[in-house]
Write a protein that binds this ligand. Structure first.
Ligand code: EPU
Length: 361
């Protein structure tokens, strides 16, 4: 187990925010996790799990012990008549994992290409793009209970997946100091800070068909004249679409979409359409409507604007960016000030409260 003190986290979050971890432990094996739990000093402190840092806003130095997930490994667990079951270590880079599955001839993850972050972070917010969510390809995951060091597995229903949501985004209910709730009691409520994902397994069906329902992918298909694209072709199209409108975190710091797309009732949607006929909206299976948060923010005139060193990306208003320099980066406070100003103007104009998507630390 490698324990480091006073570590810069600037290179560990895709926003590029300068903040430090008081204590950081690199987790490269299950034994490292057992060592953390066995260590009296470490285990008595709150813990914060860090993957690729692509979905966090650091508003100051991090006092909980940072567990930096670096468990590697890609393997085929099982091949059945119908599917390949593939496993990846939580510390694997998500995009490289997608590329690896395609190189093996196992399609299914191509619509999720180029999403920043690690494999272990993918179930936490149930990553999704271009018509596919992680839960659509999810088989199961392995995690370790940070209170006891015991490993356990969860299937999809036990992960409580929702739109950009899972049990790993919710804290378990507080318990009196010194007491520990049995894992079974908190499993369905929230596992943030309580469990750490070590491996994720995917089920990739042999009956694969390209998922081209998303308008921009359909446009690519028509432009190319390819009626039946391969998974590799879809992967390339998704990479082209993302590169055209989302900033590369290696060049411009950001945490992807900063707000979730809000869901409204049919009445609320009609009310907004009556005032703004161009509002981008999609009907959901339950009859409610999802609105494009990027469109709402754009309509309020935020695209390209800045507050301090925090800015709104000029090609996608849903993405907030770091307009500082590595030496003088944006602060988490500036990002949150801009986020609140956006929330206020969207609320005043549309009566909708936008909910941030990244975890604010
Ligand atoms: N739009 C505008 N102005 C903008 C931004 C968007 O008018 O500044 C309009 C677009 O023209 C489009 C609609 O809003 O008609 C939706 O925009 P887009 O297709 O870019 O998708 P999104 O809803 O903004 C979501 C995900 C992305 C994912 C894309 C593609 C969320 C919060 N975001 O974005 O995920 O890549 O769909 O599936 O659901 C992420 O979560 O970090 C992320 C990037």
């Amino acid at each position: 187990m490698l324990v480091e003190k006073n570590v810069s986290l600037q290179g560990c979050n895709t926003f590029g925010i300068a903040a430090r971890a008081h204590t950081l432990v690199r987790i490269r094996s299950l034994q490292d996790l057992r060592d953390v739990v066995a260590d009296e000093t470490l285990r008595s402190q709150p813990m914060f799990v860090l993957g690729g840092g692509s979905n966090i806003v650091l508003t100051g130095d991090v006092r909980p012990v940072v567990l930096k997930m670096e468990i590697k490994g890609l393997r085929l667990v099982r091949e059945t008549e119908r599917a390949w079951i593939v496993e990846a270590g939580a510390g694997e880079v998500w995009h490289e994992t997608v590329a690896w599955t395609l190189a093996q001839g196992w399609p299914g993850l191509e619509n999720l290409a180029l999403i920043p972050g690690t494999v272990g972070a993918a179930p936490v917010q149930n990553i999704g793009a271009y018509g596919v969510e992680l839960q659509d390809r999810f088989h199961s995951l392995s995690a370790v209970d940070l209170a006891t060091g015991q490993p356990f597995d969860l299937d999809a229903s036990q992960c409580g997946f929702g739109y950009r949501d899972s049990v790993f985004k919710h804290r378990p209910p507080p318990v009196p100091a010194g007491a520990t709730q049995p894992l079974a009691a908190v499993r369905g409520m929230g596992l943030a800070g309580r469990a750490i994902i070590t491996h994720v397994r995917f089920v990739l069906q042999k009956s694969w068909r390209p998922e081209l329902g998303y308008l921009e992918l359909e446009r690519k298909r028509l432009e190319s004249g390819i009626a039946e694209p391969t998974a590799q072709q879809v992967f390339d199209w998704v990479c082209e679409i993302r590169r055209a409108k989302l900033p590369d975190p290696a060049v411009v710091g950001n945490a992807g979409s900063f707000f979730k797309n809000p869901t409204v009732t049919p009445e609320q949607c009609q009310d907004i359409i009556a005032r703004d006929p161009k509002v981008v909206h999609y009907v959901l299976p339950d009859g409610r409507f999802k609105l494009a948060a990027g469109w709402l923010i754009d309509a309020c005139g935020w695209k390209g604007k800045s507050v301090g060193r925090a800015g709104v990306y000029d090609r996608q208003a849903l993405v907030l960016v770091n307009r500082g320099t590595p030496e003088c980066s944006v602060t988490g406070g500036e990002v949150m000030t801009l986020a609140r100003a956006i929330q206020t103007s969207v609320y005043e104009r549309f009566g909708i409260r936008l909910e941030p998507e990244p975890v604010v630390v």
